[in-house]
Write a protein that binds this ligand. Structure first.
Ligand SMILES: O=C(O)c1cc(=O)[nH]c(=O)n1[C@@H]1O[C@H](COP(=O)(O)O)[C@@H](O)[C@H]1O
Length: 232
């Protein structure tokens, strides 16, 4: 993993045709691409293979959360597409996480397997409603420790929890942070947000950014501006 924060553009588009105009203007040297539930459901594995063939690091964000056997098979199927990273939900529990880890253990070029802690769209109130009566940061840390103990490569968390995770889980443990919002951009459904330069200053390995780029009048210019702001 490089020292500088890598940016992954969240391709939250309705289908491949809608995503292609932006992808055609990007290079694998510039950023990675995240394919999530919407685009994967409409465009399918063939589209993921196409992005991999074009040389992009692809983060397949399907957030698997199921019984261990099902997650094991799903992670393996994702890995066989040649993606760089795949994720599951840490709240699936230790045995599910171990099954995700084991799915790719024998692959020579295996993807990173990481686990979502607490979604960046969730606030303390949202957590309370689902029976978790501790602050988000505390629950994130608990799930990060479980993920590390199960032998996964890292976690998805908000940038606010990234430093504490590094101090508890160690430097090699990858932190992937969505909920990144340049000053002046709309928060939308995100709750635990931070600006790109602040997140980069924390040494976060991967910043996931969607709408501030994809909904901008000129997405490539928005990405370039964000990238410049990281080192300014
Ligand atoms: O796993 C993810 O990528 C993810 C986890 C999380 O906690 N929060 C979160 O926003 N994401 C994804 O990151 C992207 C954020 O997009 P924007 O809010 O548009 O920047 C979306 O594709 C989400 O599905």
């Amino acid at each position: 993993m490089s020292q500088q924060s890598l940016i992954f553009v969240a391709l939250d588009y309705a289908n491949a045709e809608a995503a292609r105009p932006l992808i055609d203007k990007l290079s694998p040297q510039q950023c990675g691409l995240k394919v999530g539930k919407e685009l994967f459901t409409s465009a399918g594995p063939e589209f993921v293979r196409e992005l991999v063939q074009r040389g992009f690091k692809v983060f397949l964000d399907l957030k698997f959360h199921d019984i261990p056997n099902t997650v094991n098979k799903a992670v393996r199927a994702a890995a066989e597409l040649g993606v760089w990273m795949v994720n599951v939900h840490a709240s699936g529990g230790r045995r599910m996480l171990e099954a995700a880890r084991d799915a790719v253990a024998d692959m020579p070029n295996r993807p990173y397997v990481i686990a979502v802690t607490v979604l960046t769209s969730m606030s303390a109130e949202d957590l309370q409603e689902v029976g978790i009566n501790v602050p988000p940061a505390e629950h994130v840390l608990k799930l990060a420790k479980l993920t590390k103990a199960a032998g996964l490569d890292g976690v998805v968390c908000s940038a606010w929890e990234a430093e504490a995770i590094a101090s508890i889980c160690g430097a090699g443990f990858i932190r992937v942070t969505p909920g990144i919002r340049p000053v002046g951009s709309e928060q939308g459904d995100q709750r635990r947000v931070m600006t790109p330069p602040e997140a980069a200053a924390l040494g976060i390995e991967v910043l996931v950014i969607g709408r501030p780029i994809t909904q901008a009048p000129d997405p490539v210019a928005a990405l370039t501006e964000i990238q410049a702001s990281l080192t300014a």
